[in-house]
Structures are given as structure tokens and as C-alpha cells.
Ligand binder design. Sequence first.
Ligand code: TUI
Length: 318
Amino acid sequence: MALRTRLTELLEIEHPIIQGGMAWTATAELAAAVSNAGGFGIIGAGQMPTELLRQQVRHAKELTDRPFGVNLMLLTPHIDELVEMVLKEGVHAVTTGAGNPGKYMSSLKDHGIKVLPITPSVALAKRLEAIGADAIIGEGMEAGGHIGELTTMVLTPQLVDAVTVPVVAAGGIADGRGIAAAFALGAEGVQVGTRFMCASECTIHPDVKERIIKARDRDTVVTGYSTGHPVRVIKNKLAKTIAELDRQNRPEEIETLGSGKLALCMREGDLEMGSLMAGQSAAMVERVQPAAEIVDEMIAEAVEVMGRLARTRGPADA
Ligand code: TUI
């Protein structure tokens, strides 16, 4: 069973599923497991020291012979150094987040690295296509972490109409129904973050996985609007404090308070004072399971749903 698109060609993968490059969460182990399962695994660079990211890239190469990538978080202070390192080590593709990767586009492409920017808007997607983006990942505000304003449902078709390169839908996709929906909107692939947080191979603290599995529909909240970098998290003590600072319009204090809190959550398992970044789809994640099982289940369900839709007739033909 396979869903082939221009994205599977571009990334030389079997299934059109990209694993989100989540900071402090998407390590070499997870990325390699997703790539070995026929998807596209991504190491989340976040604010990682350059040498640590280099080790991660090398480790992933030991764990898989298949293509994988790195997500570059463009707000990182030493981003230039991270890009240099990625150019030297070589990966199949990079995704970028939290900014405009225009400055790095030509050097990445000159090194044969595919570039898939994550964008929250149509205007930015058009600019990035014009300077050589190989595909556009449109991320809706259902996603976890740093988000834009539009939902996946309205962003995806607008991107599909605006660019000619493949569009990948992200935000709120955690099962095969989500893949089928994204394809209905014209996407040629999906990016999945939250569900892969509960992959067996994901190295985050087990308590975080348990919290995601327990999550219900309204358990996430967006905080940090006053900083200009809003993030979706599962509600906890830290989120409540930041929401209050947001109301009082005290962005500097939010930046100070937020520093180091993502690692505190994901690595040390502090569910109350850590930043519990996860998407709305946390409520749809039911269990910890191997990455390959997640990929296989999602693809099988997508194929089943799309087959059912294809056989559906209007009342006149019924
Ligand atoms: O980047 C993400 N998700 C993230 S990054 C992150 S680490 C962080 N922590 C605190 C504050 C900020 C970041 C946690 N989660 N997703 C991809 C994404 N990119 N979402 C939105 C954007 C984006 C936003 C603005 C991309 C480009 C952009 O462009 C602005 C411009 O310069 O035109």
C-alpha cells in the first residue's frame, strides 16, 4: 500500500509523511526510526549547541541508510553556525521554522540539500518558492509550539493555489483521516509532530508521553502573543503564569521566564513548570507505539478512507 506524490519523489521516501522537527524532542533515534519506516525523519535542532547537532546527524547516519533531515529553528542565536555545520555534514533536506530562510537558500541548494520552509502564510510561501524552495510546509495553528494565525483547513488550499511546488499540510494531523483530508485540500504530504512524540523511539521523558495520551480536546492553549512568538502548549502552571503576563503585556518577563523551559519539560519531565509544547491533536493520541506502527496505521487508514470516499455516490446515484 502506498501513496506516491511529488513529495515522495522529492524526498526519496515511501510514504508522504514528514516527522516534525521538534526541538528537544526529535532526536536522531526518532528521526532514524521514522526514516526506517519509510517516512521522512527530522532532527530538531532548536537551540542545540553546534557540536551536539553534529553528533546527532552522525548518529542518525549510523541508525539509518535512508534519507533524513534537520529542522533549523531560525530564531536560534547561532543559526549561521548550525547552517554551516549542516552544509558540511550533508543531509537530504532541511525544514525551517520561525522565520524566513531566504538568506540560507542558495548555499543549502548549492550543497544539494532540499529546502522545505515551514510557513504560516501565503505571501511568505510565494516569496520562498520564487527563491527556490523545493516544497512548502503550511503549518496551521492547530500545531504545537510556535504557530501562525491560520488553521490548516484554510491555509492548505490557499497554498496549493498559490504555489506550484508540492505543499505539505501540518497542524492537527494525527491519523489517516487527517492525511485523507489534507490530500482532499490538495496537499501532497503531511507533517506530523505530536503523534510522533508518543513513538517508542522518541527520547522525551515518559511522563510527557503519558500527559499527551491523557489530553482532552480543550487541553491546549496559546500563550506568548505579546512576545510576537505565540506558542501552543498543554495547559499547566507555567502556561497560566505566562497567560497572566500576556494580559499585563509584559513580553520581556515572558522571554526570561520561558528560557530553558522546553528542555525542562521534554528532557526532565517537569509537567508543571516546563513548556509542554504539543498540538491540539494530543487529544487524538492514544498510546505509545513504535514509529513504524504509527506510519503504517496512518497510511492504511488514509488509503481506506480515500477508497471509501471514492466509492461514495450522491443521493441520485445511490
Ligand atoms: O517553528 C515552529 N515551531 C516551533 S519553534 C519552537 S522554539 C520557540 N520557542 C519559543 C518561541 C519561539 C520559538 C517551538 N515550536 N514551527 C514552524 C513555524 N514557523 N510556525 C510558524 C513559523 C513561522 C513564523 C513566521 C515561519 C516564518 C515566519 O516568518 C516571519 C517572517 O520573517 O516573514
